[in-house]
Design a protein around this ligand. Structure first.
Ligand code: PAF
Length: 279
């Protein structure tokens, strides 16, 4: 695996790969890698002949400067973890100068899926995500890119952008990877204190109980209210807890196939998100 720090060097390598007819697979990340990211890399098996993982903590998708500063970082550890897999050709870890030239003033805004759920209380977040993802698609010239369903709304925003802008890339969705107690893997989990980590297990448990209630025919409004109450009692601040269509992300009143529960809830200043399909 080669560590590449500049877009110039990356361009030279991918130009050569394209000449040789390689299929380029991409896993965009913000580092602080865990098993969930490695699962994204493995998901490219048989779909790409070359694999690039990118690490860039993207300032323009953070609407809170403290959250950006506190975001866990550790390039050496990430590099070692990826190298051990033997599956990655390039780790592209640019600094800001390689991504945002002086005077950078363009934003990609995917209206619709970016205005609800996380978009409602993190204004500008999905513009920042769409903009950096588009730049990484351009710089890596990837044929296929893997994204985790843990960030389901992000996946919807990216799919919309790819369709709307005719981007020549396939988006590969990958199911959420969970700890033994069902907490979804996330780089933010590293910021939880041991006590908060124990509390955090209530999040997936509450969602699973809510799904059981919904499948047993309990009205969605009652099940969601009870679930939110359980989370509050467990010490969470609940930002949203909603049943929505998997396709359009529109709110739905009844649990049925192709609907999902979506939650964002904080423990202290650490915001966790999760989602689970009803079917
Ligand atoms: O999911 C993430 O880690 C980030 O939002 C992404 C897609 C790498 C863009 O910065």
């Amino acid at each position: 695996m080669k560590l590449v720090r500049t877009r110039q060097e990356l361009a030279e390598i991918v130009t050569q790969w394209q000449r040789e007819g390689e299929a380029i697979g991409l896993v965009p990340t913000m580092g602080s890698l865990h098993e969930g990211h490695l699962t994204l890399v493995r998901a490219l098996d048989g779909k790409a002949t070359r694999r690039i993982v990118t690490i860039f903590v993207n300032p323009i998708q953070f609407n809170n400067p403290d959250d950006f500063q506190l975001y866990p970082r550790g390039l050496d550890g990430d590099e070692a973890l990826l190298a051990q897999t033997g599956l990655v050709d390039i780790l592209y870890a640019p600094d800001e100068t390689q991504i945002y030239p002086p005077g950078f003033s363009t934003r990609i805004s995917v209206s619709g899926p970016d205005r609800m759920l996380c978009g409602a209380d993190r204004p500008g977040h999905f513009d920042g995500v769409a903009t950096i993802v588009n730049k990484l698609f351009m710089q890596t010239r990837a044929d296929i890119a893997a994204f985790g369903e843990k960030d389901y709304q992000q996946l919807c925003v990216i799919r919309r952008m790819v369709t709307d802008l005719d981007l020549p890339i396939t988006i590969l969705p990958v199911p959420t990877v969970r700890e033994a107690d069902h907490l979804a893997l996330s780089s933010r989990n590293k910021r939880l204190t041991p006590a908060q980590r124990e509390q955090a297990t209530h999040l997936p448990q509450a969602l699973m109980n809510c799904l059981t209630a919904l499948k047993a025919g309990k009205p969605a409004s009652v099940s969601l209210e009870q679930c939110a109450q359980t989370l509050k009692e467990a010490g969470f601040t609940v930002h949203y807890l909603e049943l929505r269509s998997e396709k359009s992300l529109a709110p739905v009143q009844k649990a049925k196939a192709n609907t999902r529960l979506f939650v964002a809830a904080s423990l202290g200043d650490i915001r966790l998100i999760d989602n689970m399909p009803v079917a």
